[in-house]
Design a binder for this molecule. Structure first.
Ligand code: FE2
Length: 334
């Protein structure tokens, strides 16, 4: 295996620290066995790149199918976090034990920056994406360095960050009874909560500290317990680990209104100006991954947020999540 690190150029206006590491495989014909051996051998080095940059792009490794991707991910030896067990609100198609589609939302739906499942009690520490087919136009995956964003926000709007830290955040969303593939957040409550009926759904909600209300048309409004808005990655390094940007701009469908999707942990509305500032400043720390078929992106979910640009044509991006972690939550805000 001959793998080299190739510098990626930041786009105009993008902080150079937000550029992911690109590891390019120079071998023409590479067997799955040699790739797996390389991953095992270079695990420590890969981990170091990931901690530094928040994301790594693997290019030229000859991966063609979701099954190849499954093997690639498996070589890292991390614990699988299957989609079925997650509280993700996205509709996805499961392909293998580890691999599922990134999001079945229509091509014109923009998915805003978020840390995967930061709005749920269990989140993956890392995620992998694989491009089987790139869109004809658009469809990039923006990656945002959330630690750098937090630093900037703490300078620009210290009171907002202090409030986020002290009060935490609560998220509310309305889930349909059956999957709604027209929405980026259309997963049914039956699947989200792995419950056939309302009683089982309520048990699960109670176990994880949610409050809820049953609505017409078999819909369920669920509000999370108070979840942290900021996370310590390592001593002295913290990230804006939440779904604030996505929830306040993107949680929109026929059941959901973004203005009701997120509050502070005490139920008070967020400072609107500060939310806009967070979305605006995030651009500076965002690098857009323009996919090439065969690419794999490894994202540290505690350091980097991700999003999806609208696209035309067929786009096949697969995802795999590893290392489920339970968030610390409190029933009421402190
Ligand atoms: Fe996501």
């Amino acid at each position: 295996m001959y793998v080299t690190q190739i510098p990626l150029a930041p786009h105009a206006g993008c902080d150079e620290r937000a550029v992911p590491v690109l590891l390019n495989c120079e071998n023409r014909a590479t067997s799955p066995e040699s790739i797996q051996a390389w991953i095992r051998e270079c695990r420590a080095e890969i981990e170091q790149h990931l901690r530094g940059a928040g994301a790594i792009l693997f290019r030229g490794f000859g991966l063609k199918t979701p099954e190849d991707f499954d093997q690639f991910v498996s070589a890292f030896g991390e614990d699988n976090f299957p989609y079925e067990q997650s509280f993700s609100n996205a509709v996805r198609l499961v392909r293998t034990e580890r691999v599922f589609s990134a999001n079945e939302a229509p091509a014109d739906v923009k998915i805003f920056l978020h840390h995967e499942m930061a709005q749920t009690p269990i989140f993956p520490q890392k995620l992998f994406f694989f491009c089987e087919m790139a869109a004809a136009e658009g469809g990039a995956t923006p990656l945002c360095r959330s630690d750098l964003l937090l630093e900037r926000l703490a300078q620009s709007t210290p009171q907002f960050i202090a409030d986020c830290e002290k009060k935490g955040l609560k998220y509310t969303n309305v889930m349909p009874g059956g999957d709604d593939a027209s929405s980026g957040m259309g997963r049914s409550w039956r699947k989200t909560l792995q419950a056939e009926g309302r009683e089982a759904a309520e048990t699960r909600l109670r176990d994880f500290g949610y409050s809820w209300e049953w609505l017409d048309d078999d819909c369920l409004r669920a509000t999370t317990p108070v979840l942290p808005a900021i996370r310590e990655i390592s001593p002295g390094r913290r990230s804006f680990f939440n779904q604030l940007i996505a929830a306040s701009s993107g949680w929109k469908d026929k059941r959901n209104d973004p203005s009701r999707a997120i509050t502070y942990g005490d139920g008070q509305p967020l400072d609107h100006e500060a939310v806009l500032m967070a979305s605006e400043l995030a651009r500076e720390f965002t690098f857009e991954v323009n996919w090439q078929p065969g690419d794999v992106a490894l994202v540290d979910n505690c350091i980097s947020m991700h999003a999806r640009q609208p696209f035309t044509g067929t786009r096949k991006i697969w995802a795999s999540l590893v290392n489920a972690e339970h968030q610390k939550f409190s029933e009421t805000s402190q």
